[in-house]
Design a protein around this ligand. Structure first.
Ligand code: UDP
Length: 336
């Protein structure tokens, strides 16, 4: 696939938080992003840079229809369920959507002669860290069905590259945060579980307080350390991955993190400074399966993809998320 004006890229999950930012980055790179999404968690208002085709990953006939209509040069696959605790409670959904659904998508690609895919994977494939920061070669022992579902598809992609010439880049996201500077899109999950939007909802008075899950971790202030990465930097990596596949065959994986560890308390402090709000906190027990520290070694993505992270200071992530939240509150977006 050679980058060219109006080449079509099928983006599954393009109506979601990360997917909508990916569509914008794809459009800015000169492609036409076609979103394929069942809107179970995404929003039609977030699809702004190309058409929206409704459909389910497990609907083979619908996938064929959309692929025949647009003849995409490649697929970026982000559709999937993402709530870790839900995956523990109800793994069947996760294996059906994230595993069977993804295999159905790959098989539709084979039927339609599409040979390149960028897959939205996760740091959850690693499980409990044995070293920090974590390189791609870190052992993989996911501790929940969500992480297992991502690991399984990465394995499938390795086999499909060898057997079917279906070439792939799996991008292992760490903690996506922030919102696009244009103010049209941002984080709006049906059930919010992520720290930064919850902190900002507390700042906006939409919640009484924000929970701190555990304060006895072996970290500098006792709270968990995570590697937050701006969603616009994350989005740009998908375009670089498409370019990488122009010159590489096989199945590849890259970590996408900032390499800077931030504690839960540090997030709250920066949010207090940026919003000027008090942000009450309440202490709660650690969430099961939450490791003390998750930090990416993303040097491979920087070297091989030429990836950069110009938007990913904590201040930039929190302030862009705050600007988005205030716009959403002002009713400029309908958050459904
Ligand atoms: N966290 C927290 N309170 C919340 C939500 C999250 O203390 O209300 C902590 C969580 O334990 C983790 C970090 O914030 O250490 C980031 O959690 P998030 O759910 O945003 O992402 P995860 O790292 O689980 O993918």
């Amino acid at each position: 696939m050679v980058a060219a004006d109006s080449q079509t890229i099928l983006v599954t999950g393009g109506a979601g938080y990360i997917g909508s930012h990916v569509c914008k980055a794809v459009a800015e790179a000169g492609y036409l992003p076609v979103t394929y999404d069942n809107l179970c968690a995404g929003h039609s208002w977030a699809v702004r840079w190309g058409p929206l085709e409704g459909g389910d990953l497990i609907d083979a006939a619908r996938l064929d229809e959309v692929m025949r209509k647009y003849k995409p040069a490649a697929v970026i696959h982000l559709a999937g369920l993402i709530v870790v605790s839900e995956s523990v409670r109800d793994p069947a959904q996760y294996y059906l959507n994230n595993v069977s659904g993804s295999i159905g998508l790959l098989d539709a690609m084979r039927r339609n002669g599409i040979e390149q895919i960028v897959f939205s994977s996760s740091a959850a494939v690693y499980g409990e860290p044995e070293m920090t920061p974590m390189p791609e070669a870190h052992p993989q022992q996911p501790v929940n069905p969500y992480g297992t579902s991502k690991q399984m598809i990465e394995r499938v992609l390795q086999d499909y590259a060898r057997a079917y010439n279906l070439h792939s880049v799996s991008l292992r996201y760490f903690n996506a945060a922030g919102a696009d500077a244009g103010g049209e899109i941002g984080e709006a999950h049906p059930v919010e579980t992520h720290l930064i939007p919850l902190v900002l909802e507390a700042a906006a008075g939409k919640r009484h307080s924000v929970a701190i899950y555990g304060e006895d971790y072996p970290t500098r202030d006792g709270t968990c350390i995570r590697d937050y990465i701006h969603v616009s930097d994350l989005a740009r990596a998908h375009v670089l991955a498409l370019h990488y596949l122009d010159n590489s065959v096989g199945a590849h994986a890259f970590n996408l993190g900032n390499g800077t560890g931030t504690t839960v308390r540090e997030v709250i402090e920066v949010a207090r400074r940026i919003t000027g709000a008090v942000i009450p906190v309440r202490l709660e027990p650690p969430r099961p399966g939450d490791p003390a520290i998750l930090l990416a070694d993303s040097s491979r993505a920087r070297q091989l993809l030429g990836w950069q992270t110009p938007h990913s200071t904590l201040e930039q992530m929190v302030s862009s998320a705050w600007a988005w939240q205030q716009r959403a509150h002002a009713g400029q977006q309908v958050m459904v």
